[in-house]
Design a protein around this ligand. Structure first.
Ligand code: PGA
Length: 252
């Protein structure tokens, strides 16, 4: 199981440092059995890294540019994140697709670049409410997966994480039911298996979208859910730790 906190564009410096320290303290026992990660804003990565030092909590970034360097004002390159000690990088989050026009092909470039820099992409996919209502959830997820994984080789399952995040469940308090999540996760697992064989079938599949302490256990109990990508609840160390605990208990 992997539980990753996506802090989005929240926290000031003091809050980020306090939150990191609290996550370390509150997830100490569970972090032996469950992989735990936090993804702060770029500007706090270095400071948070120091706060995580010596703990089992890993560091992740929320975004990246695919080029290794160059004239891309305001962007951050994969080697920069690797040098900061990032293990994970979230790519293709629906907020990036929606507000910054990121295409499947561009997300795919990021996946390859993150892997090339020795980090693990957390590739986000998920349909909007209109797409779900039109019966297109699986078709959308298939298109996003195929677009982002084109040209990717996967030798080991640990090199990739996929997060299914239905857009209608993100930040809305409206979670997918465990059955809805499981159905799409099973579909993703099958696609990854068809593309990458055993390594693909072993890729960890996170669910994201209004995961809270009171719904985490039911979601994580589904056979193809290997953890969660947590937004709002990751800003509260107690709630985040409770979700980690749920992952430890259902994953055990
Ligand atoms: P949420 O966000 O938990 O606040 O719904 C999840 C995400 O966007 O990763």
């Amino acid at each position: 199981m992997l539980v990753a906190g996506n802090w989005k564009m929240h926290t000031d410096r003091d809050e980020a440092l306090r939150l990191a320290a609290e996550v370390v303290r509150r997830t100490e026992p569970e972090a032996r059995a469950v992989d735990v990660a936090v993804c702060p804003p770029f500007v706090w990565l270095d400071a948070v890294r120091e706060r995580l030092h010596g703990s089992r909590v890993a560091l992740g970034a929320q975004n990246v540019h695919p080029a290794a360097s160059g004239a891309f004002t305001g962007e951050v390159a994969p080697p920069m994140l690797a040098a900061l000690g990032c293990r994970y990088v979230i790519v293709g989050h629906s907020e990036r697709r929606q507000h910054f026009g990121e295409s499947d092909a561009f997300v795919g470039e990021k996946v390859r670049a993150v892997m090339g820099a020795g980090m693990v992409p957390i590739l986000c996919v998920g349909e909007t409410l209109a797409e779900r209502d039109a019966g297109e959830a699986e078709a959308v997820v298939r298109r996003q997966l195929d677009g982002a994984l084109d040209g990717v080789t996967l030798d080991e399952a640990e090199a990739l994480v996929v997060a299914y995040e239905p857009v209608w469940a993100i930040g809305t308090g409206r979670t997918a039911t465990p059955e809805q999540a499981q159905a799409v996760h099973a579909f993703i697992r099958e696609r990854l298996g068809a593309r990458f064989g055993a390594a693909g079938r072993g890729v960890r599949l996170l669910y994201g979208g209004s995961v809270k302490p009171d719904n985490a256990a039911d979601l994580f109990a589904q056979p193809d859910l290997d953890g969660g990508l947590i937004g709002g609840a990751s800003l509260d160390a107690e709630a985040f730790a409770a979700i980690v605990r749920a992952a430890q208990q259902t994953g055990a």
